[in-house]
Design a protein around this ligand. Structure first.
Ligand SMILES: Nc1ncnc2c1ncn2[C@@H]1O[C@H](COP(=O)(O)OP(=O)(O)OP(=O)(O)O)[C@@H](O)[C@H]1O
Ligand SMILES: [Mg+2]
Length: 263
């Protein structure tokens, strides 16, 4: 990365990086989000957890300005997300592009710089894409056709695409889908490394409660409304999770691994 790129991500004064205020969303008869509010400060690693259909992806899309709430509002860096695209990296849950599209990993990463498929990748763009791929441990995949990537490899390439502009905020919606247990831990570790290097803020939707406890500095327990927001050890207690999930998915609440210092 360039020297300029190594500087800590600029922090937007005292403003929270993510501000969500009283956001409600209905789809048809379903109240998908119900007066959701929280603020996230710079440098935090937030895990959003909750059962299927809890509104997690919808909440991320509201923050990104991709879904307009029926009431309430959201801001990133005190602005509408569309006003600060260069500060935001996003890994969506559903990747809808055609895997047979004849493109390579480098070209997909470059769409994170240009927001469209490049007709020709310029050398400086290729260098930045290679650095981003190296950051996620996928340098060897650079010239591999997308059709020849495994699901987990494709996830890493998407992560490189999200990081290629060195965003100050990274939003990831279940980035570990399709990756094995060790690779999932690696993904969280490399996000921590990216944070340590840049001072970035990370928001990650995950179904892995143990990973959320281990890696996150904040947790949001969601099921339409907020069932808890704060330190993972506090808000991911059995009672909070049982309230949000009805029952806890795999019959137990994972143990706490208080490896990071949460304050
Ligand atoms: N564009 C839409 N139109 C209508 N209903 C929608 C739309 N997007 C989401 N929903 C519904 O809203 C609810 C919440 O969806 P959302 O994708 O936010 O849940 P989630 O918590 O991300 O779930 P998962 O863990 O399965 O990814 C679901 O019942 C879903 O079917
Ligand atoms: Mg989702």
């Amino acid at each position: 990365m360039s020297v300029a790129a190594r500087r800590p991500a600029r922090q937007a004064g005292a403003l929270p990086v993510v501000h969500v205020h009283h956001v409600s969303v209905r789809f048809g008869d379903a109240q998908v989000l119900d007066r959701v509010s929280f603020d996230l400060e710079a440098g935090q690693f937030l895990a959003i957890v909750g059962p299927n259909g809890a509104g997690k992806s919808t909440l991320v899309k509201v923050a990104l300005g991709l879904v307009t709430p029926d009431s309430g509002h959201a801001a990133l860096f005190g602005r509408h997300a569309g006003d600060v695209p260069e500060r935001i990296g996003y890994v969506p849950q559903l990747k809808t592009f055609d895997r047979t599209f004849p493109a390579t990993a480098v070209e997909l990463v470059v769409t994170g710089l240009r927001r469209r498929w490049p007709a020709r990748v310029r050398p400086p763009e290729r260098n930045r894409a290679l650095e981003a791929l190296a950051e996620v441990g996928a340098a060897a995949l650079a010239d591999r056709a997308l059709s020849r990537l495994s699901g987990g490899e494709l996830q890493r390439v998407y992560l490189a695409r999200a990081l290629v502009r060195e965003p100050a905020l990274v939003l990831l919606d279940e980035p570990a889908t399709g990756v094995d247990y060790l690779a999932e831990h690696d993904l969280s570790l490399l996000l921590e490394r990216y944070q340590a290097r840049t001072g970035a803020t990370v928001v990650m939707v995950t179904h892995d409660l143990a990973a959320a406890r281990y890696h996150a500095t904040r947790a949001l327990v969601l099921n339409s409304r907020v069932h808890g927001f704060g330190l993972p050890a506090d808000v991911m207690c059995e009672a909070c999770l049982q309230e949000a999930y009805g029952h806890v998915g795999h019959g137990h609440v994972p143990h706490t691994h208080a490896r990071r210092v949460h304050s």
